[in-house]
Each structure stands twice: as structure tokens, then as C-alpha cells.
Ligand binder design. Structure first.
Ligand SMILES: Cc1ncc(COP(=O)(O)O)c(C=O)c1O
Length: 362
């Protein structure tokens, strides 16, 4: 099966090879070396001097951690899809009050909208932004949104789960207080590791916010980090895999080359589906570089396209949330070869013509 999923994605063979190794203690010198080296690599990649924690969880753990450590009462959540909504659900379930900035589905959060909203709710302590909204294949203009958040003097939490590794993120320059991802997306590593940077300001707040729990307590993580460790067992295989991909990217010519590879794959997919007469769901100016969300033809359900493609050996992704039936998605994260993109597009053409010749109305 060839994977064009949106996570977990296909992993690089070199990463899988690295993960096969025998276990060692997460308190050993060997682990400490791995930990220190991995943190230094990712700090360089996202251009930050902030602490970077390696959580034994998926990315949502970092969402919960940001809310619990840094918000006492109120947060503003920017929502233009299911993962923005998840951030607000996580905050509400942790007893925080939530202001919401929601757009029409398919449209970005813009700096003007955010500026107006923040002026109307000056009592929020933090703002959450989903950098790349995987559910609708849209990328929000993070750098410009971050400027607005800083102008209002708020903390900024960035869900970069499906963008970090696939497109540029400059944590310190843009002023991102928390910026996290999951291993199973753009870095092409199996799930189980969440990686996130935490600013000094965010750590300071964690020092006095109450009832933040234990597992994701940033101050506890900071203490263990001093000795290159984690409070609980580290997910050693995923960290080995993550370390390997970061070194591979450097060996391939650095992160800019990797980002170019992503844009090239993404362009090939987009142009391919457009040639088949299909259109993208989100506002084209904000189309995601890592996942394409495509309108299915009006007489065919996106789920049926997904099912038929799967039977022919290509796993795409179903539509998500409110547009589950009317769209389908094609990811270009992780281990994806150009020849497979061409084959996948050819198969999609066959699938669409089969639907047309059956004149299936669903
Ligand atoms: C943008 C975004 N945020 C959060 C998540 C949740 O990540 P995880 O399943 O690693 O907790 C996903 C997963 O698809 C995502 O795409």
C-alpha cells in the first residue's frame, strides 16, 4: 500500500532501520547523548534558543500542556477547522474560559480579524493558532498573526503538527511561545513523540499557575531537561528515529532543500488533480504545502473515492469534520516518492472515470 495519508504517514526506511535497535535505559549516558543531540538539532531546525521538550505523547499532549501550564482563566482560540476546535475543546475541558475567533470554513485567520478580536477581549492570557489546518488543507499566515499577538502582549501557542518539518517556522524571530508537532507527520517517524518549544515567558507562567497536573508540568520537564532526561520513560525508538531524520535532512542539503521537496511534491499533486478537473477546497492563496484537500465531484462521495483508491493500493485520507462526505485529502508528508505521486494520480484518473462510466450517483 502506498501512503498519501495525513498521519501517521509512511516512514523513511532509514528511520525505521534506526528504530530497530535494542533498548537502553533512559537514565543512561547513551540516552543523555541522544537527548542532548536531538534537542540541539531541532532547536537549530526551528531556529530557537527556547527549551525543547520531548514528550512521551502525541501532539495533543502539548496542546493540553500549554493550556494547563500557561492559562489561569481565559484563552482565545483561532478556529478554521477541526484542530483549531480541538484546542478550544481541550481548554474548555480543563476548566478555562474560551473566546473563539472563527472564520467561514476554507478561509484563513487574517491579521486584521485577529487584531479586531484581541481588541475586543483584552483579558485573554494567550492565543492558540493552528498553523496548518490539516482538516481542510489550509495554512494560516503564522508570521503575520504572531506580530498581532505580540502587539497585544499575549502568549502565543502554535499547533504546528502538520507544518513543522514541511515548511519554515522561525520560533524566536516570530515570537512563538509554544510551538509543537507530532512525530508522525512531516518528519516521517512513527507516532508517540511530541516535540515542542517553550519560551522563558511560558515557563515563568508555569511557575505560578495552579492545578497544572504532573505529566505535562513544564517546570518539572525543565528540571529533568537540565540533566538531559525526561520525568517519565522517554519514547526512545521514536527519539532515535527523529534524530536520524534530522541528520538525514542535513545530509540532503539542509532544511530549505527539504521544504523545496515538499513544495515540489505538493505542486505536482495539486496540478495533477486540477488537470483531472478537480478543485481545491480551501482558499487557493492559503493552500497547505503538506496536505491537499480536494472537492469531490458533485455526484461522487469523497469517501467512495477514498475506498476505491484504497482497493487499488493507494491510501489517501477521507474528508474530516463537516466536509467529510464532500472532500477527500491527499497528504505529501513523510516518505513519498515522485514516481508514486504520478502513479497515484493515474489511478485517481481511472477511479474517476470508473465512477463516470457507471454513472454512479451517491
Ligand atoms: C493540525 C493538527 N493538530 C493536532 C493533531 C493531533 O495530533 P496527535 O494525533 O498527534 O495528537 C493533528 C492530527 O492530525 C493535526 O493535524
Amino acid at each position: 500500500m502506498k501512503l498519501f495519508t495525513v498521519g501517521p504517514v509512511a516512514c523513511y526506511p532509514q528511520v525505521l532501520e534506526e528504530m530497530k535497535r535494542q533498548m537502553f535505559s533512559h537514565r543512561s549516558e547513551k540516552y543523555k547523548t541522544l537527548h542532548r543531540e536531538t534537542i540541539a538539532l531541532i532547536q537549530k531546525f526551528i531556529e530557537t534558543k527556547n527549551q525543547v521538550f520531548l514528550f512521551s505523547s502525541t501532539g495533543t499532549g502539548f496542546m493540553e500542556g500549554s493550556v494547563r501550564n500557561c492559562v489561569e482563566k481565559k484563552i482565545l482560540c483561532c478556529i478554521n477547522g477541526s484542530f483549531g476546535k480541538r484546542f478550544s475543546d481541550v481548554a474548555i475541558s480543563n476548566g478555562k474560559s474560551v473566546e473563539k475567533l472563527e472564520t467561514t470554513l476554507g478561509e484563513p485567520i487574517t491579521p486584521d480579524l485577529l487584531d479586531d478580536k484581541l481588541s475586543s477581549c483584552p483579558d485573554v492570557e494567550a492565543v492558540s493558532i493552528t498553523h496548518n489546518e490539516t482538516s481542510i488543507g489550509l495554512i494560516n499566515p503564522l508570521e503575520h498573526l504572531a506580530d498581532v499577538v505580540k502587539k497585544h502582549g499575549k502568549l502565543l501557542f502554535v499547533d504546528a503538527v502538520s507544518s513543522m518539518g514541511g515548511t519554515e517556522i522561525k520560533v524566536d524571530k516570530w515570537g512563538l511561545d509554544i510551538c509543537f508537532t507530532s512525530s508522525q507527520k512531516c518528519f516521517g517517524v512513527p507516532p508517540g513523540l511530541a516535540v515542542g518549544s517553550v519560551s522563558k515567558e511560558a515557563l515563568k507562567r508555569s511557575g505560578f499557575v495552579r492545578n497544572k497536573g504532573w505529566y505535562f508540568d513544564f517546570k518539572l520537564w525543565e528540571r529533568y531537561q537540565k540533566n538531559a532526561g525526561t520525568p517519565m520513560t522517554s519514547v526512545i525508538p521514536q527519539i532515535c528515529g527523529f534524530n536520524r531524520i534530522l541528520k538525514l535532512i542535513n545530509g540532503w542539503g539542509g532544511k530549505d532543500k527539504y521544504f523545496n521537496l515538499y513544495s515540489e511534491r505538493n505542486r505536482r499533486i495539486r496540478e495533477g488533480v486540477e488537470k483531472l478537473g478537480l478543485s481545491l477546497y480551501p482558499n487557493r492563496d492559503y493552500a497547505s504545502p503538506t496536505v491537499s484537500c480536494i472537492n469531490s465531484p458533485s455526484n461522487i462521495s469523497g469517501i467512495k473515492i477514498y475506498d476505491k483508491m484504497r482497493k487499488k493500493g493507494f491510501e489517501l485520507a477521507k474528508g474530516y469534520g463537516k466536509i467529510r462526505e464532500t472532500t477527500f485529502r491527499i497528504g505529501n508528508m513523510g516518505y513519498v516518492e515522485f514516481d508514486d505521486i504520478d502513479l497515484m494520480l493515474k489511478t485517481l484518473e481511472e477511479v474517476l472515470s470508473e465512477f463516470n462510466s457507471d454513472s454512479v450517483v451517491t
